[in-house]
Each structure stands twice: as C-alpha cells, then as structure tokens.
Design a protein around this ligand. Structure first.
Ligand code: ISJ
Length: 359
C-alpha cells in the first residue's frame, strides 16, 4: 500500500514536470517560428547547421546531470528537427532503400521530423540535390575497415555540390534469417561492403556457404524474408522491419567499425569554430611534387587529417588528390594555403568546409 502511494505521488510530480516541459517546448517553437518569419523576409536559409552545433555544444557543457550527456543531444536534435518542420519539413535524399546505413546516418543527423527520401544510387542522390528536389543529400564516403568509397569521391569531379557536414556512424553487422538457425543457412546475401567487413568471420563460421553480392543490405533482407535457406548481413534495424531473426549479432571483423557519411548541399556551410575543409586537386607525376603540395599547409601549422590519391581516368600518370584539413576556408591561414597550393597544381577545388563530427 505504502509503495503504491509513494509511486502515485512521484508520478504526479513527473506529470507536473512534463506539463512544464511541454509548455516550454511550445514557447520555444513560437520563438523558432519568429526566427523563421525574419528569415523568410530576408530570404535567408532556415536551416543553420552552425547554430545547431552551437546549441548542442553549449547544452553539453552546461548539463549538470544526472540526465545523461549523450541523451541531451538526441533530445535536442528531435526538438530542433520538429521546430524546423513547423516551417517546412527539410527534404533530405539518401542512398536508399529504406533501412540502409545511409538512412540511419540521415536520421541521426536530421532527426525524425525531416522528410527523408531514398534514392537508387550515389549519383541519384547528387542529382536530387542539384535539381532542388532535396535540400541535402547523405552518402557514405569511407569505412574504417574497407577504406574510401571511391564512387562518392569521383562524384565531386563533375558536381558543384558542397560538403555541409560529416556524420560518423558505428556500423554493426547482423546475420539475419527467417528461422534464426545456423544450420539452415545455405547462402548469404549482402552488399559487397558488409561482406568484405565480415570476411574473416564468414570464412571461419560459414566456410562452404556461397556469398552473394546484391545492391543493398535492405535488398538482402528482402530476399531472405522470402527464403528460409538464406541469411542476410544487414543492420539490426532491418531485422525489425523485415521480421527476421538474429542468427548472430555484431559479426564485423573489426570492432569500432565506423562509416563516415557526407551531407552534401548547394551552398557552403558557415564557420562553426571547429571545422574541417575538404579539397581536391590534380598534379603531374614529377619528382618532389608531393613535398611542394604539402608545404603551404606545413608552413602555416595546418593539420592534415587525410590524404588520398586516385588516378585521373582521362589522362595517364596524372593523379587527383583528396585532402582533409583542420579549419574553415574562411580562416585566413587556410585561404592563403589553398591559394599557394593552386600555384603548383593544375586545378584545385574546395569541396566544402563543415563542422567536425563528434563521435
Ligand atoms: C531558430 C533558428 O532556425 C533553425 C532552428 C534552430 C532551433 O530550433 O534552435 C536552430 C537553427 C536553425 O536550423 C535559428 O537560426 O536560430
């Protein structure tokens, strides 16, 4: 009896707090709508990622607990996502179909109130943004086990879209099937990337079972939903959508398997104070060229976090380099270094400056 009374009293107090939270959420939504009205008058962009970043950072630092620090971001992401949708839902294209890791990355970045639309391929995501059908696009660009996804990098040769943000997602692969029984598996379906990321586990645990490449992990889950003798490697989320059982969780060879996604848009993102810049440039294959290329950055103490080279398909022995560095293109040192770089290159293209992702 005593317990019942205590619980009832505490729940009453929780209800009162929830009422206050709701009142504050509405007060906040009205302010966001006023901001929206000012922006409409001035024709400025409603979505401002640098401001959102500032909000997350300020609240993370101000949180006294015990509400968990990681949850603060998730809660506010949904508040901001829903506030933005009051004005108009933010349209975001991603590499589909639904339930792919790009879908999870888009949900993680834009929240559940954004209007997310699946596209068939990486070029189709770029096209949707270029044509204005979507405001942003989300595509994978590299994985900690398998390296760069060259298809995405190659898109920047032709496209004028800019990188507006990066999203880091911990990718965990699940072996899924209808029966959930190991001994029923006669074939394993997945996208080539997850198959490669689970290569060792598959060789040890299913050595004689054929592996079949398909266009997405979602397609693999769909096939397996109809075939009791097959298994798919897909996300945990796919298991709930396609009603599949988990044969084995987390079968990736490398723990801490992260995939990095890029958010592309038509404009350059504003400076947030902790940014990265991505560049692409081409040079002729000649002695000392790498040294000359890197000097403008070393001289100014600019940290380079990544350098990748790819052969330029149209011309033999010429290379395209992709470079990620710390700082925003509007920082004087970064601007000057890029200017210097352009004197020793055939061409330089700034792919975007964007807030560094937090893990
Ligand atoms: C309200 C604004 O517009 C949008 C909504 C935000 C919010 O809900 O806090 C933050 C940034 C913008 O994406 C703003 O720019 O301040």
């Amino acid at each position: 009896m005593k317990e019942k009374q205590t619980l009832a009293k505490l729940r009453q107090e929780i209800d009162a707090v929830d009422d206050r939270i709701l009142e504050l959420l509405n007060e906040r939504a009205k302010l966001v709508m006023q901001v929206g009205a000012v922006k409409t008058e001035n024709r400025s962009d409603f979505h401002v990622p640098s401001r959102e970043r500032e909000i997350y950072e300020r609240l993370a630092a101000a949180n006294p607990g015990p509400f968990p620090a990681e949850a603060v971001r998730g809660v506010f992401r949904e508040i901001i996502s829903a506030s933005l949708a009051l004005e108009k839902p933010l349209k975001v294209a991603f590499l589909g179909p639904n339930a792919t890791f790009s879908h999870l990355a888009a949900m993680q970045h834009f929240g559940l109130s954004a209007s997310l639309s699946p596209e068939r391929s990486i070029p189709a995501v770029f096209e949707a943004v270029e044509k204005g059908e979507a405001y942003y696009g989300v595509v994978p660009v590299e994985n900690t086990t398998e390296g760069m996804i060259s298809h995405t990098l190659d898109m920047f040769m032709e496209s004028e879209l800019k990188i507006n943000a990066e999203v880091l997602l911990e990718v965990s692969h699940f072996l899924l099937s209808r029966t959930g029984r190991f001994e029923d598996i006669k074939k394993v379906y997945s996208h080539p990337q997850p198959l490669a990321q689970c290569r060792k586990w598959l060789a040890e645990n299913l050595p004689n079972v054929p592996l079949v490449d398909v266009a997405s992990t979602t397609l693999a889950a769909q096939i397996v939903a109809e075939d009791y003798t097959a298994a798919a490697i897909a996300s945990e989320y796919a298991s709930s959508i396609y009603n599949l059982k988990i044969v084995k969780a987390r079968i990736e060879d490398q723990v801490n398997n992260f995939t990095r996604f890029l958010v592309v848009g038509r404009k350059m993102a504003d400076r947030s104070g902790d940014d990265k810049t991505s560049l692409m440039f081409s040079v002729r294959d000649e002695p000392g060229i790498l040294h000359r290329m890197l000097e403008p950055f070393a001289k100014r103490g600019i940290n380079l976090s990544k350098i990748e080279s790819r052969p330029l398909k149209k011309k033999a022995w010429e290379y395209i380099f992709y470079l990620d560095l710390s700082g925003h293109i509007s920082d004087p040192a970064v601007g000057e270094a890029v200017q210097d770089l352009s004197t020793c290159c055939q061409f330089v293209k700034v792919l975007g400056s964007y807030p560094r992702a937090r893990q």
